[in-house]
Ligand binder design. Structure first.
Ligand code: FAD
Ligand code: AMP
Length: 477
């Protein structure tokens, strides 16, 4: 049988499509199998991220923030608005257009780079053989030299609140509401729950988040988490911590949720309920038993530092494997694997410098260690922080809260973690990531010239504060 492709990628999300493009750039004959079909039933590239994840959520976060600003902040700037209202159909159509433009863009990039798009289902057979079943058509077997598994993840479902396609939905359902729910419940105050809660809260829903853990955002620096909890609460998000959901029922057109908090059984009635309790790797139907692929206890694919699985020439990237479930992490792994296949020189992706962002307002962004992690590891460190309220640009923008914080090793001064709470935190954190990639010290950051007036100056001042020499605030020693 003539070999059609040297590399077959299963999954066309940010892990898979980036891997496919990079393989093609490096001269490998590449195909990408992807099973996604959009709401119109048409195949679409881009996976979760472009279709029902990063992009549509950010589109709605932006629209809802504009509305929120117009209704609450404009008057302080002397801008008068009258008869403000929401046309949700237009807002949703704009979001859908952004998604369509981006997913269509990947299709264009595939054509331009010579990647073959195979819409349908992919399954790993023995070795590197892959069964491809087109959406309409018979299965056929492909025999590439290398396979990259990039089938991503899907929302975790819980028996306590089974999805009913209308009132009880997952994140995808919550991105598609056609009317603003009067009362919205969300199970899980993690990244996705907080972003979706922010969207609908800004548009007028009463939002209650039920979070089983006692601590708010345990992965976030404690100081940042405490401030964020206060600010989001002031915005109207009712975040109930230590609230473990026990069950739910649909009755009289509403959803009744029972939960346990402070040793008591409590209940909540809402019009819509979003289940946002996490995601799990998409391995169902991905691999034939005879392939012998090793999975971990959570159902993800076990890989080494370079994303190689236990099967020679078979790699796995993105949400399917260990590490944070983030699009940029998936893409970086996709590129690393493509380069490993083309050059034979494996290189891994550093997971300790993957930035994380929560796109609430203010945004929460971080890279590296939190202060509580350093304490528990016994790592000697120095911390410097700077409040945005003391930053000129922030004041000009009417920003009253937030901070930048730098954690550096007490002896070597190497930056160990950076945390930013404020508007634009998602952009500011890029500088910190670069600094950490270059093993910079807080002194390096402190001696780097930052444009004035910018929000990034808060990061500069936080680096100066590590050494007790911030200029625009009184230093505590
Ligand atoms: P996916 O994007 O899940 O893509 C996998 C693709 O493989 C899908 O198209 C799927 O249909 C296909 N597939 C699965 N099995 C098969 C098969 N057997 N055959 C063929 N095709 C198959 N991350 C961020 O970094 N920033 C954010 O702001 C952000 N926001 C998010 C908001 C929401 C609401 C959600 C749900 C997620 C968000 N994420 C965000 C996470 C991000 O979407 C994922 O980390 C990212 O999409 C993972 O990429 P991936 O390529 O591993 O998998
Ligand atoms: P993330 O992992 O960031 O998507 O966040 C999911 C959140 O859902 C976590 O903070 C979990 O603690 C929370 N969670 C999971 N199960 C439940 C439950 N039954 N009741 C309330 N919260 C839950």
């Amino acid at each position: 049988m003539e070999q059609e492709y040297e590399v077959v990628v299963i999954g066309g999300g940010p892990g898979g499509y980036v891997a496919a493009i990079r393989c093609a750039q490096l001269g490998l004959k590449t195909a990408c199998i992807d099973a996604w079909r959009n709401a119109q039933g048409r195949p679409a590239l881009g996976g979760t991220c472009l279709n029902v994840g990063c992009i549509p959520s950010k589109a709605l976060l932006h629209s809802s923030e504009l509305y929120h600003q117009a209704s609450t902040a404009f008057s302080a700037h002397g801008i008068q608005t009258g008869g403000l209202g929401i046309d949700l159909a237009v807002m949703q159509a704009r979001k859908d257009k952004v998604v369509e433009q981006l997913t269509g863009g990947i299709e264009g990039l595939f054509k331009a780079n010579g990647v073959t798009w195979l819409p349908g289902h992919g399954r790993l057979l023995e070795g590197t053989r892959v069964e491809f079943t087109p959406h309409e058509g018979e299965p056929r077997t492909l025999t590439p030299d290398h396979v990259i598994l990039a089938s991503g993840s899907r929302p975790l479902e819980i028996g306590l609140a089974p999805l009913d396609g209308g009132r009880i939905v997952d994140s995808t359902g919550a991105l598609g509401f056609r009317e603003v729910p009067r009362r919205l419940g969300i199970i899980g105050a993690g990244i996705i729950g907080l972003e979706l809660g922010s969207v609908w809260n800004r548009l007028g829903s009463q939002v209650v988040l039920l979070e089983a853990q006692e601590q708010f955002l345990p992965m976030v620096d404690g100081e940042v988490g405490r401030q964020a909890l206060k600010i989001l609460g002031q915005q109207g998000l009712d975040i109930r911590l230590g609230a473990r959901v026990l069950g739910s029922e649909l009755a009289d057109g509403e959803v009744r949720v029972s939960y346990q908090q402070e040793g008591e059984e409590r209940s909540l009635a809402v019009d819509r309920l979003v289940v946002a309790v996490g995601r799990r790797a998409n391995t169902e139907g991905l691999v034939a038993e005879e392939a012998g692929l090793v999975l971990d206890e959570r159902g993800g694919v076990v890989v080494d530092d370079c994303c190689a699985t236990n099967i020679p020439q078979v790699y796995a990237v993105g949400d399917l494997v260990r590490g944070p479930m983030l699009a940029h992490k998936a893409s970086e792994e996709g590129m690393a694997v493509a380069e490993c296949i083309a050059t034979g020189k494996p290189h891994g992706v550093r997971l300790d410098t993957v930035p994380s962002v929560i796109y609430t307002e203010p945004e929460i962004a971080w890279v590296g260690a939190t202060e509580q992690q350093l304490k528990s590891l016994g790592t000697p460190y120095r911390a410097g922080s700077f409040p945005l309220a003391a930053n000129g640009r922030a004041l000009a923008m009417q920003v009253k809260h937030g901070l930048a914080k730098v954690l550096a090793h007490a002896e070597t001064d190497e930056i160990l973690g950076v945390h930013v709470l404020g508007p634009g935190a998602s952009e500011i954190i890029a500088e910190a990531v670069l600094a950490m990639e270059f093993a910079a010290s807080s002194e390096d950051l402190a001696r780097t010239i930052h444009a004035h007036p910018t929000l990034a100056e808060a990061l500069h001042e936080a680096a100066l504060a590590v050494d007790g020499r911030a200029i625009h605030r009184v230093n505590r020693r």
